[in-house]
Design a protein. Sequence first.
Length: 327
Amino acid sequence: GGLKNITPDFSDFQISLKESPYSWNLLPREKTYFVPSSPLQGQSQILNELFTTDETLSVRVQLNFNFLFGDLKLWITDEENHQIVVAEGKKLNNQILLTAVLDPGSYRIRLTTGVIGNTNINSQSFSRCTEFTMKFDVYGPHSTYNCLNYRSLPKTLNSPGYLKETGRVHIMDSFLIPYSDMFKTQVENTYFSVREKSVLRMFGTYKDVVIPIMFNIYEEETLKYTGTIDMEFIVRLEPYTNYRLEVTYTFVTPPQTSCLTWALELSIEPLPPTLDKCKDEDDLPQEDLIPRKNDDFVSNGTYHFSKGSEKKKIKLSFTISEPTAFR
């Protein structure tokens, strides 16, 4: 038989909203598929769920998907006011984040595929399904949580928006630092594995607050690498091995606000076959690359240097006699 649509189950959502106090979470499945009936034409509906609330709600929905293999659009409409859009998901790095504060009333959460403009595509060259995960958080009127617009560190990189489809990922984003009045130390874990020999490079830095942040990388259950924020990691990864990035935050004093972030850049790529075949000699721009005259000058070059313990410094000298644009 053909593939079957699998979408998040909202059957107990309305019942949960009647409970007080309440906090409802729709945890993502390991595999959640949607198969459009006509993947290369028009726009297909995935979810169109009606819900009603008697109290003010804070809503946070996060989707994780791969834009290359299938675009998604998410929004909430006001059922009682001509179905106007009250919140629309914002896209960033194969994710959609929707946040909204909803007054009492009736609403619909809508999830669709994108609209593809060209129809002269060989459908056999594309996947028949779009895979995504979805996390839906609802907070009642007495909740003190106020960090709806901040992203959390992903629990796994083996998901549709990260490593799962391509074995490659490049993250450059800010993430929420978890905080609790009861505990001075908070720990987050991100799990991942690769299908071929790969390399990981990551670097974290402060944004809103300076607190001790520690990184540990485990291979299976063995601690392999450890360091602190503002240190760079370069790690070779073995295929079909379980890795865990552990991030520990330590608060010396309570922060002034609960919505604190730190910045992370993390990249994982399969090892290129030429990685260990670089020339020993450096090939760098010469000091006289820029001519000592005021004529227009453009240079496009490809260079390389051997990475060792010595620092590399390149000095390009030039002189100008009038205001000049430099890029």
